[in-house]
Design a protein around this ligand. Structure first.
Ligand code: FE2
Length: 281
C-alpha cells in the first residue's frame, strides 16, 4: 500500500431533474453494487440563472434506512417533516438527518438575497442494525461549525476532526469526515485519512493537483487506498468538500428514497407507506 492515496476515478457530475423539477448536478447515486460504500449519493443544487424560472423544490417524500446531509453555501432550504420538525437550513448551516425507520419530509430551496442557491446533499448509508432506528436530527447553524485556518488552508469542520478541532455532528455510524476545505492560491495540504476509508473530494471552486492529478471545478474525485491525501492549489486557489468514511460491507437494495439490505425490507417499506404505519411516534 502506498503512503498517498492515488486518484482512481474522476467523476463528471451529470445534470438530473429531481423532486418537482429541480435541476441538480449528480456525482454519485445509489446502486446495488455500492461502489462508494458508505456513501450513496451526492447532489449539488445550484440555481444561479434566473432563466431557470421558479424553484419547485422537493414536495413531501419518505426516507428509510439512510442519512441525508444538507449543507448550504448560499440560499436556504425550508423543511418540514412528519415528526413535527420545521425550520430553515441557511447559508453555512448543516442538517444531518438520520432517517432510521422512517420520516416524511418536504424540502424547499429558497434563493439568497443575491438570487442564488448553492448547496449539497449527501446520502450516507446506515448499517443493518440501525436501519430501523428512531429518526434523529442534528441541525447546526453556521456560527457553530468551527473553522480552522493554518498556512493558507481554511477548513470548516462539519464532521470528523481537523487540526485538533472536532466537528459538531457526532455519533454517526460511518465515522465520517466531512470538511469544507479552501486552499489559498499555491497553498499545499497533506491530510491523513484512515486507509480503508472510502475517500472522495468534490471540487467546486478553482483547481488544484490532487495526489498529483490536475482537477478543476466542478468534479468529484475518488481516491484509492493509502494513508494520506495531498492537495496543491493552482494559481486561483481551490475549494472542495472532503468526504470520507468507513464502509459497512453489507449488501444493499436501493429503491428511490429507501436503501435497505433486502428486497423484503423494501417491500415492507412500501406496505408501511400504504398502510399509514411508515412513521411511528
Ligand atoms: Fe429528502
Amino acid at each position: 500500500m502506498s503512503l498517498f492515496k492515488e486518484v482512481t476515478q474522476r467523476i463528471e457530475p451529470q445534470p438530473v431533474i429531481e423532486g418537482a423539477g429541480v435541476l441538480l448536478r449528480r456525482s454519485i447515486a445509489p446502486h446495488a453494487s455500492n461502489p462508494h460504500d458508505p456513501f450513496l449519493l451526492f447532489d449539488h443544487f445550484a440555481f444561479n440563472d434566473p432563466a431557470e424560472g421558479p424553484i419547485r423544490g422537493f414536495p413531501t417524500h419518505p426516507h428509510r434506512g439512510i442519512e441525508t446531509v444538507t449543507y448550504m453555501l448560499e440560499g436556504s432550504v425550508r423543511h418540514r417533516d412528519s415528526l413535527g420538525n420545521t425550520g430553515s437550513i441557511g447559508s453555512g448551516d448543516v442538517q444531518w438527518m438520520t432517517s432510521g425507520r422512517g420520516i416524511l419530509h418536504e424540502e424547499m430551496p429558497r434563493r439568497s438575497p443575491q438570487g442564488s442557491i448553492d448547496g449539497f446533499q449527501l446520502w450516507v448509508n446506515l448499517p443493518s442494525r440501525l436501519k430501523m432506528s428512531q429518526p434523529r436530527y442534528q441541525e447546526v447553524v453556521a456560527r457553530n461549525i468551527p473553522t480552522v485556518a493554518d498556512s493558507g488552508v481554511c477548513i470548516r469542520v462539519v464532521a470528523g476532526e481537523a487540526n485538533g478541532v472536532t466537528g459538531p455532528v457526532t455519533g454517526i455510524a460511518a465515522r465520517p469526515l466531512y470538511l469544507d476545505v479552501t486552499l489559498d492560491p499555491k497553498a499545499g495540504w497533506v491530510r491523513a485519512v484512515p486507509s480503508g476509508d472510502t475517500t472522495l473530494a468534490y471540487v467546486f471552486e478553482g483547481a488544484g493537483r490532487f495526489s498529483g492529478q490536475e482537477i478543476s471545478a466542478v468534479h468529484m474525485v475518488r481516491f484509492g487506498d493509502g494513508e494520506k491525501i495531498q492537495v496543491q492549489a493552482g494559481p486561483e486557489g481551490v475549494r472542495f468538500m472532503l468526504i470520507a468514511g468507513s464502509p459497512f460491507r453489507e449488501p444493499i437494495v436501493p429503491y428511490g428514497p429507501f436503501v435497505m439490505n433486502t428486497r423484503e425490507e423494501i417491500q415492507q417499506a412500501l406496505i408501511d407507506l400504504r398502510n399509514g404505519t411508515f412513521v411511528q411516534e
